[in-house]
Design a protein around this ligand. Structure first.
Ligand SMILES: [Fe+2]
Length: 281
């Protein structure tokens, strides 16, 4: 298990003491060079527009969660630029790796040794950051170590009466798009068996699917969010990009265990995207 995932970071509720205010930015896919593109979209530009809109609409959050595919090809320069763009937000940011990322390069690029924590605590909440990456593969898997860490972290939180938000990159449920459902968390059955035994878990949040999803698994909210760049079309058998604009998700984690959340997209700018592309790898 990487040493960094053993760490717990603490954050403060700065605005409303009863509410932890979060901003999720996911699948930023920054390239090695500034202005590099994914399916013809300039991913530096789209991320900067998303950040500016999030600040306009929501103000500074208490923390930013970046849920993977932060660089398109795991380049250190991309992570360094990401860190620079995130400086526009007066809040700590926490990252977890996606299939496009390189954990070693992420850690090498950042000036903050707490950038990839295993757990974040703030208010009445614990946010558990899981690593679903299998190096060199597109699909995800948690594996025995991460599942064990999830179990022990949840148990520690339960003893302190904390509510839990679980974050990872890959989707732990089928979303209804055959091509990307092949890449879902391989050991999702064990994951859900574990979560079903913990009433403290209020929500699971992920990236990877480049689209908004708001569903429930029993009492647990399931959330996926737009990429800050290219979107994927829901319900598609084969890879298909969507013409929806880039966006972000905000989450307010309330002291009573309830969650307020929403997605917002950049609608006041034009974006180029190759809708005929058969893939993005
Ligand atoms: Fe992605």
């Amino acid at each position: 298990m990487p040493e960094s995932t053993q760490k717990t970071c603490r954050i403060d509720t700065t605005g409303d003491p009863d509410c932890l205010r979060l901003l999720q930015l996911t699948d930023t896919h920054l390239c090695a060079e500034t202005g590099g593109t994914l399916l013809d979209m300039d991913t530096d530009r789209s991320l900067q527009l998303v950040i500016a809109q999030a600040l306009r609409e929501r103000g500074n959050p208490d923390a930013v969660l970046c849920t993977g595919d932060l660089s398109d090809r795991g380049s250190r320069a991309a992570y360094q630029r990401l860190e620079g763009y995130l400086q526009a937000i007066a809040a700590p940011s926490f990252w977890l790796p996606g299939n496009h990322d390189d954990r070693g390069e992420m850690l090498a690029a950042t000036r903050d040794k707490h950038r990839l924590p295993g757990e974040i605590r703030g208010g009445q909440w614990q946010i558990i950051m899981l690593d679903s990456q299998i190096p060199g593969e597109v699909g995800g898997q948690l594996g025995e170590n991460e599942l064990q860490r999830l179990a022990s972290t949840l148990e520690a939180g339960r003893q302190e009466g904390l509510h839990a938000l679980v974050c990872l990159h890959h989707q732990p449920v089928r979303i209804g798009s055959a091509w990307i459902d092949e890449q879902m968390v391989a050991d999702a059955e064990q994951f859900w068996r574990l979560l079903d035994g913990h009433d403290s878990v209020k929500a699971v949040l992920w990236g990877h699917v480049h689209q908004q999803i708001d569903r429930h698994h029993n009492a647990i909210a399931l959330m996926a969010s737009p990429s800050t760049c290219v979107q994927f079309a829901p319900g598609s058998t084969d890879f298909k990009a969507d013409d929806k604009p880039p966006g972000y998700r905000w989450l307010d984690l309330c002291a009573d265990g309830s969650i307020k959340t929403g997605v917002s997209r950049v609608t006041d700018a034009e974006f180029t995207v190759d809708l005929e592309s058969g893939g993005y790898l």
